[in-house]
Write a protein that binds this ligand. Structure first.
Ligand SMILES: Cc1ncc(COP(=O)(O)O)c(C=O)c1O
Length: 413
């Protein structure tokens, strides 16, 4: 397959060295596993390489030149991230190792400050395990209960059903901004308003939103939000917890250690100021610098344009896949809202489909995508997910569709 390329992907593909390779020695790589993790442009690789080669030292501790340079770049990265996601104040950006770590931080620290026996935490049926298990653990620690709002059996989200799950004991709601399997955006604005009118804390799992659409946490009115660097062209090992200053000041630190204190004696410690209070130990310094480079790269292209590009690829994929006998989409509605397309073929193993596609150079994800409750609810043991990003092309979608058709015909024979 040749890569004759249209739209924004033509120019950007040159920036991603990893995309220019053959798989199994003969098929050009078609990377459609972007909801799991994305690839890095040279701008990110160079930003990290430059730091390690010229400027690297530990931050906030030394008074020597390299420490000052690293600290300046690390704190500049925080400001870049704050501007990117609409935080009022850079101190509301806590660097963590990813979405999972960020959600664990809130679940632990917020619950320690607020949660009482009998309280309820409201989730939805489509959540990623990272937005389920930390709440189950917190509920178990504090004698609280986790409630799952149902979704429609065709995969769609029902705002009214979600609202019906509120009780006088609901203390916190946490939900994905965009489902990593169903691919649509939840109605964040009415959900936030409804929760806020009832004095309920709102946590947004923005892992699948921040890489793909312009977002402004302050304007959305959420109390906390989490996302990962590796899903937006940044390095692994870094993510962000956004928290409103009032909350971050009120809740206790999560991890204890160096950097997060203003003082320690043999009888106790005093937490440091924000954001240090939540960044115990040596932070992901070079990863933060790489993440800021990724954010600048995405901003230069424009998230609106990226979102349109992904949606046009997903639309094309759905149209092509609709022609293949046996395919059932997990989200049945035709409207495409992101670059994620998930499906299953009753009677055919999702893993077998993914293995045969890999033989043709196509990387997709098969399994439950860390959403076992959702798959159980939909009665689907496992699904296949193709997820597009700015560097994917219409030609790749067509190649994927043709190889998928052959694969399913072969496995159904
Ligand atoms: C919606 C959602 N939440 C949370 C996560 C967890 O992200 P990470 O593994 O980077 O912590 C993912 C990753 O797949 C996700 O898609």
């Amino acid at each position: 397959m040749s890569h004759s390329i249209s739209s924004i992907s033509a120019a950007v593909r040159q920036d991603f060295p990893i995309l220019h390779q053959s798989i199994h020695g003969k098929h050009p790589l078609v990377y459609l596993d972007n909801a799991a993790s994305t690839q890095r442009p040279t701008a990110v690789l160079e930003a990290m390489d430059n730091c390690y080669r010229r400027d690297y030292s530990n931050v906030h501790r030394g008074i020597h030149e390299l420490s000052e340079r690293s600290t300046a770049q690390y704190e500049a990265a925080r400001q870049t991230l704050a501007d990117f996601v609409g935080a009022r104040d850079a101190a509301e950006i806590i660097f963590t190792s990813g979405t999972t770590a960020a959600l664990n931080l809130v679940a632990h620290a917020w619950s320690a400050a607020v949660l009482q026996p009998g309280d309820e935490i409201l989730l939805t049926m489509l959540e990623h395990h990272s937005n389920i298990v930390p709440w189950q653990q917190a509920a178990a620690r504090h004698g609280a209960r986790v409630v799952f709002a149902p979704i429609g059996h065709h995969g769609s989200f029902d705002l009214v059903e979600w609202q019906k799950c509120f009780t006088p004991r609901t203390r916190l709601v946490s939900f994905a901004a965009v489902s990593n399997v169903l691919g649509y955006r939840l109605p964040i604005e009415p959900m936030v308003s409804y929760a806020k009118e009832r004095g309920v804390t709102v946590v947004l799992d923005a892992a699948q939103a921040v890489p793909h659409e312009p977002i402004h946490f302050e304007n959305l009115g959420v109390d906390f939000a989490a996302f990962s660097g590796h899903k937006l062209l940044g390095p692994t090992g870094i993510g962000v917890l956004y928290g409103r200053r009032q909350w971050l000041e009120r809740i206790p630190p999560f991890l204890g250690g160096g950097s997060m204190i203003s003082g320690v004696t043999t009888s106790g410690f005093t937490p440091g100021e924000l954001p240090a209070k939540f960044e115990a130990g040596t932070p992901p310094i070079v990863e933060a610098i790489g993440l800021a480079a990724a954010v600048r790269y995405l901003s230069d292209i424009g998230l609106d344009q990226i979102a349109e590009h992904e949606k046009s690829l997903a639309r094309r994929a759905r149209e092509r896949l609709t022609q293949i006998r046996g395919i059932a989409f997990l989200h049945r509605e035709r409207e495409v809202a992101s670059g994620i397309v998930s499906f299953h073929v009753p009677g055919v193993s999702a893993q077998d489909i993914a293995v045969l596609l890999d033989c043709k150079g196509i990387a997709v994800r098969a399994g439950h995508h860390c959403t076992m409750p959702l798959h159980d609810f939909l009665g689907v043991p496992a699904s296949v997910r193709a997820s597009f990003y700015l560097y994917n092309t219409a030609e790749e979608v067509d190649y994927f569709g043709d190889r998928l058709q052959e694969t399913i015909e072969r496995l159904s024979a």
